[in-house]
Write a protein that binds this ligand. Structure first.
Ligand code: HEC
Ligand code: HEC
Length: 392
């Protein structure tokens, strides 16, 4: 009897132990899952706060041109809260048919101009070309009849995707952010009431980078995806305008796109991190040359003017440009103060933290804030250029 009780107790204890263990695992698992949930909730909250801040910034800075509801203001700014800005096509079938017919036209015209094309074939081609034009006109009438109000407001249903019309290959977010940073100075040509201004402090505007991110989030929050309705289209008060001469805008878009459609961020001054990051970026010495000599701006819209202090063949405020890399390889890295420095490390630190090491005979006169004014790509390009200065 006593024995049985003991065994029973041991069994109980084991059971309790197992139960406790299982219970703990369940608790831990629940906590882990809930941690994920909390993270998500936190991210959501952050996002909501950012959109809210974006909304406030929009009403102060943007609504006078883009409308309080973002639907544009006639003559002042295009709708952003608009199916066109987010590239929604209400008539994809008709658009496709018209595109196919237009492509056929191009092919036929090319065939017609060949010397080998017989007169009979040319006559047949002409007949088909007339047919195509009639078909296109019919399709367009059928479509435009359903959206007369929008067409009257400048909507071109054959070109429903703003990003395509701009030739933009990056993301929508990158278009918004880069447009906000740099503005569209050349748009004054076709928006006589005022161009889209530059907003970032790095480009002389009033807004910080985080505020620009808030604004971009707010604008993107208008995107309805597949849920846009014709009423949304009719509510747009001003559609994007196509410039009469598109060249300046295209040049600007190309420049904005130099970042590959990636949102430009300052490279910062964390030297260890930058050494690692810059290793995976290919520098362009030609663009580096242009940056150095103030012929193009950094991806953050900054004029660098390195040549203001670094003259080509003589020392001035800063050491001369000629032979910089020769000196780095033959003098600097041998300086005991720069023990363990590679030439790249020395160069990028000279640019981002110029006060860390002073070239003998020079003052600490270099601007200390290049880390805030250039991107990783800008830095790689500058370094690639300086590396071409490799003879004494
Ligand atoms: C002085 C009027 C004006 C103000 C203020 C203004 N914009 Fe613009 N914005 C324009 C014009 C004009 C364009 C069209 C430029 C073009 O066609 O290239 C434009 C274009 C844009 C575009 C690109 C749209 C497209 O279809 O290409 C975005 C995004 C944008 N603005 C956002 C903003 C935000 C956000 C603000 C506030 C921080 C703002 N704008 C303030 C006039 C303005
Ligand atoms: C306001 C003047 C000024 C400007 C603008 C300036 N620098 Fe300098 N730079 C100096 C001075 C002074 C030194 C030497 C003192 C030191 O080492 O910081 C120097 C040193 C350097 C060195 C080290 C050269 C060597 O011989 O070891 C490099 C590399 C360099 N600068 C690159 C740049 C680049 C790239 C830019 C533009 C993004 C730039 N600097 C803009 C003043 C300037």
């Amino acid at each position: 009897m006593f024995e049985r009780m003991l065994v029973g107790r041991i069994e109980n204890r084991v059971t309790v132990g197992v139960l406790a263990f299982v219970g703990m695992m369940v608790l831990l698992g629940w906590a882990a899952i809930n941690e994920g949930g909390r993270m998500q909730a936190f991210t959501k909250m952050e996002e909501a706060r950012s959109i809210e801040q974006g909304a406030a910034l929009f009403s102060i800075n943007c609504s006078r041109c883009h409308g309080t509801d973002g639907r544009g203001l006639a003559g002042f700014g295009p709708g952003l809260n608009s199916p066109q800005f987010f590239g929604y096509d209400f008539f994809p079938e008709i658009t496709k048919q018209i595109n196919d017919l237009s492509a056929e036209k191009v092919g036929l015209n090319a065939e017609k101009s060949l010397s080998a094309t017989t007169p009979e074939r040319k006559t047949a081609i002409d007949a088909r070309l007339v047919e195509i034009d009639t078909q296109i006109a019919e399709l367009a009438t059928q479509r435009n009849g359903q959206i007369t109000a929008a067409v009257d407001n400048g909507y071109d249903p054959q070109r429903p995707i703003r990003l395509n019309n701009l030739g933009w290959v990056g993301t929508q977010e990158a278009l918004i952010v880069t447009t906000l940073i740099h503005g569209r100075p050349t748009s004054i040509n076709y928006w006589p009431n005022g161009a889209m201004p530059a907003w970032s402090q790095t480009a002389g505007g009033p807004l910080r980078m985080d505020q620009i991110q808030d604004l971009a989030r707010y604008v993107q929050n208008w995107n309805k995806g597949d849920a846009w309705t014709l009423d949304d289209l009719f509510a747009v008060k001003q559609f994007a305008k196509e410039p009469v001469d598109g060249a300046p805008l295209m040049a600007l878009i190309e420049q904005l796109q130099a970042s590959g459609g990636v949102i430009p961020e300052p490279v910062g001054t964390d030297i260890t991190a930058v050494i690692e990051q810059v290793a995976s970026v290919t520098g362009d010495p030609v663009r580096g040359d242009q940056l150095y000599h103030n012929q193009v701006q950094s991806q953050l819209g900054q004029a660098l003017a390195c040549n203001g202090c670094h003259q080509q063949d003589v020392n001035g405020t800063g050491p001369m440009t000629k032979g910089t890399f020769f000196r780095v390889q033959n003098e600097r890295v041998n300086d005991p103060l720069l023990k363990d420095y590679t030439p790249e490390h020395y160069l990028l630190e000279s640019i981002l933290m110029p006060g860390n090491y002073l070239v003998p005979g020079f003052q600490n006169a270099m601007l200390p804030n290049f880390g805030e004014r250039i991107t990783l790509q800008d830095l790689a390009d500058l370094i690639a250029y300086i590396k071409t200065m490799d003879t004494p």
